[in-house]
Design a protein around this ligand. Structure first.
Ligand SMILES: Nc1ncnc2c1ncn2[C@@H]1O[C@H](COP(=O)(O)OP(=O)(O)OP(=O)(O)O)[C@@H](O)[C@H]1O
Length: 282
């Protein structure tokens, strides 16, 4: 399969999965059909950069879905579209089978991104209480869940310290706890391993496994292929805004006989060559 002939197939698959699944519990958690996103390259809008180029994909309930790709591939833009943080230029996107204009569905999502920033004067506990209140959890629920989450992310012994004393990895752990406050049906992790040591990465992998066991869905955005191979059920590879591969990890690793890195390295290299050629040709 070439890198260009997957888009129509995936578009048709996305539409077919969506339409052929009458049981509402089995309907896609997230669905992109022919999504395009163009950014203006300067404030006068003289030029446009196509960050997402006719992307179609579906994320099924209960799966750990990896969105893979090198820097500037368009991964975060897709996440931002899913979370209504930016609007697509064209195409359709659904969350929990609803159009993204339905903001209620956002309550069912937890989100961690690579550069978490929180008010530094709050303690870890105060921050989680604050976000718990924003999520409209009851005070009683917040008091129970906050220590449990701090324990889960390895911050129980730092619960009463201000965030200003936290390392980047600790802030990242706190971000994970924040994203779990509402026990989300969909957990979106955008480069969650960023700033984490080996222990922290193991904690993220365990957490993803626990979400899967609980029947919850995870969207993992990462450029770390070994991490994706360990924890994902299915992955899509995005390059230059286009989905160039999509399938189960078993399919993409030839039933485990090759690594994702071995499968994807030539595709990434071809993508880099195409980008350099485009830049050279102006
Ligand atoms: N707000 C914006 N305005 C203009 N261009 C943008 C904007 N956000 C992203 N881009 C551009 O869109 C392209 C895709 O960016 P995006 O952040 O989606 O990629 P990514 O795969 O998440 O990259 P990374 O792994 O480096 O975070 C890049 O060329 C980026 O410079």
């Amino acid at each position: 399969m070439t890198t260009t002939d997957t888009a129509p197939v995936e578009r048709d698959r996305a539409v077919a999965v969506s339409e052929a699944t009458p049981d509402p519990r089995m309907r896609p958690v997230a669905e992109f059909v022919e999504v395009v996103k163009d950014y203006p390259t300067n404030w006068l809008r003289w030029g446009m950069l196509r960050a997402v180029d006719h992307v179609s994909l579906t994320i099924a309930p209960g799966e750990v879905f990896g969105l893979l790709g090198p820097n500037r591939a368009g991964k975060t833009t897709l996440v931002k579209i899913l979370l209504s943080l930016t609007q697509p230029t064209s195409g359709t996107v659904k969350r929990f089978d609803q159009p993204t204009t339905n903001r209620e569905t956002l309550k069912r999502i937890g989100y961690v991104h690579e550069n978490q920033a929180f008010p530094r004067y709050l303690t870890a506990t105060e921050l989680l209480r604050y976000y718990g209140a924003l999520s409209q959890l009851s005070t009683a629920k917040i008091e129970v869940i906050v220590p449990i989450l701090l324990e889960k992310v390895g911050l129980a012994d730092r619960a009463r310290e201000p965030i200003s004393r936290f390392s980047k990895g600790m802030v990242q752990r706190l971000g994970l706890a924040q994203a779990l406050l509402n026990d989300p049906d969909l957990l979106v992790l955008d480069e969650p391993a960023e700033g984490l040591d080996l222990d922290g990465r193991r904690m993220v992998a365990d957490l993803i496994a626990q979400r899967r066991e609980a029947g919850k869905t995870v969207l993992l955005v990462t450029h770390l292929l070994a991490e994706a191979e360990r924890v994902c059920d299915r992955v899509a590879v995005i390059l230059g805004g286009k989905i160039v591969r999509q399938g189960t990890v078993a399919e993409l690793t030839n039933q485990g006989t090759t690594s994702l890195e071995e499968t994807l390295s030539p595709i990434y290299a071809a993508g880099r060559t195409a980008v350099s050629a485009a830049a050279f040709n102006g």
